[in-house]
Design a protein around this ligand. Structure first.
Ligand code: HEC
Ligand code: HEC
Ligand code: HEC
Ligand code: HEC
Ligand code: HEC
Length: 266
């Protein structure tokens, strides 16, 4: 994104107000933590989440970005990260380019919410103004089976969730809680194989500043030419109402497996 686009995004955020979901914007989307109660409760700010399960900082961007003293893992990154030692990585006998023992780069940014080890409101720099209050509870996107409890979003958002079927019925979000066991997820944090190493891959053609490469359609690798979560996902673009149906934060629609076939020659 260029600087003028950032300004446009910030201005949209300022005028957007409560209850709006803007096309192509993170504001009002499932990545806008200042908005969950409103999403769940038809525009009403009171619901079971913000202020009851995590701090409502009243800003969309602050859960991920800070204007100062950010972490270099992603642009001006404001989140405390998971311990990279705790993961189990995908592996396969057919692999040409093996992932290391731990995720790295921008994937760590995603996993700081999606692996369930760090509370969603656990940020480096909390806003100093806007009069928010500490809720004293800090839930994680922790996958939960019947026998686990405590401060987990899955207390409601799972098959066994307290609210399921009741007045406060909550959707089952288990599939979005990846855990630290990444053996059942598309491999990440491994270099893209060259044509010589594996002829069954199309090669990205556009060079990027960080040493990664991109395809014309936006699918891209990152530092070290690595595949990361943000290779396939565009975090700011929810695509909830596009003409092809829903494509959750994807850079390219996967209709007809278009996303997969960008890389795989199968
Ligand atoms: C859920 C986490 C999250 C939230 C919330 C979020 N961002 Fe981001 N943002 C990211 C990540 C991750 C990247 C890196 C994306 C990449 O390199 O592919 C990023 C990158 C950026 C960039 C760098 C340019 C780019 O697009 O790569 C800008 C500018 C930006 N975000 C602005 C914002 C603004 C403004 C808001 C609030 C309206 C916001 N972001 C909210 C996660 C978030
Ligand atoms: C601040 C916490 C946070 C961060 C950081 C974060 N996410 Fe999410 N993400 C969420 C939440 C919360 C949801 C919605 C869960 C639910 O539906 O209950 C979500 C949902 C999603 C979904 C499903 C959306 C849908 O509509 O079905 C995708 C895909 C996703 N995230 C990808 C990513 C990627 C890729 C990154 C890193 C670039 C990332 N997320 C970083 C909190 C986060
Ligand atoms: C006390 C039960 C409860 C807890 C705990 C809870 N939620 Fe919810 N959540 C709900 C209910 C009820 C709704 C509204 C119905 C729905 O959309 O599932 C909702 C809605 C949502 C939505 C909007 C879904 C949509 O598609 O518009 C998101 C996103 C969400 N919750 C994320 C979270 C996250 C992340 C956590 C943990 C930090 C969490 N919730 C904790 C009960 C809960
Ligand atoms: C190779 C491409 C690719 C990579 C890499 C990738 N994803 Fe996805 N992801 C997808 C596709 C495609 C979907 C949509 C699946 C569907 O149709 O429901 C998806 C769905 C999701 C969802 C929604 C839950 C679901 O299964 O539908 C979440 C959350 C998510 N991804 C997070 C991540 C995170 C976090 C990472 C990095 C650890 C990551 N993704 C890496 C392609 C990818
Ligand atoms: C950015 C390019 C890219 C995209 C997009 C992509 N993949 Fe991959 N995929 C890879 C790379 C690189 C590997 C590692 C393979 C290797 O090094 O041999 C891989 C590995 C795999 C493997 C494991 C192969 C094995 O030997 O165990 C499967 C299965 C797979 N991808 C399926 C998919 C599917 C399905 C999609 C679409 C949802 C997809 N991929 C999208 C690049 C991509």
């Amino acid at each position: 994104m260029r600087a003028w686009m950032l300004i446009a995004v910030v201005m949209l955020a300022a005028v957007g107000g409560v209850g709006t979901v803007m096309a192509d914007s993170i504001v009002g989307s499932r990545h806008d933590l200042s908005h969950f109660n409103q999403r769940g409760y038809g525009g009403s700010p009171s619901g079971p989440m913000q202020g009851f399960t995590f701090n409502d900082y009243r800003e969309a961007c602050v859960y991920c970005h800070t204007p100062h003293n950010g972490s270099p893992v992603a642009p001006l990154w404001n989140r405390n990260l998971s311990d990279p030692e705790g993961y189990q990585m995908y592996s396969s006998p057919n692999f040409d380019s093996k992932p290391g023992n731990a995720p790295d780069g921008i994937s760590l940014a995603c996993l700081s919410c999606h692996d369930g080890t760090v509370a969603v409101d656990d940020i480096r720099n909390k806003p100093q103004f806007h009069g928010w209050a500490d809720s004293q509870v800090h839930y994680k996107m922790d996958y939960m089976d019947q026998n686990r409890g405590s401060q987990s979003c899955a207390k409601c958002h799972s098959r066994w969730g307290g609210g399921i079927g009741g007045v406060n019925a909550a959707h089952d979000a288990s599939v979005r809680y990846l855990t630290q066991d990444l053996r059942d997820d598309h491999p990440i944090s491994m270099a893209f194989p060259s044509k010589r190493v594996d002829p069954q891959f199309h090669q990205p053609t556009v060079s990027k500043d960080d040493g990664g490469r991109a395809f014309e359609n936006g699918i891209q690798t990152y530092e070290g030419d690595k595949v990361q979560c943000a290779t396939c996902h565009d975090i700011h673009n929810p695509d909830e109402d596009n003409s092809e149906g829903r494509d959750p934060f994807l850079r390219v629609s996967n209709q007809g497996s278009a996303l997969c076939l960008t890389c795989h020659e199968k």
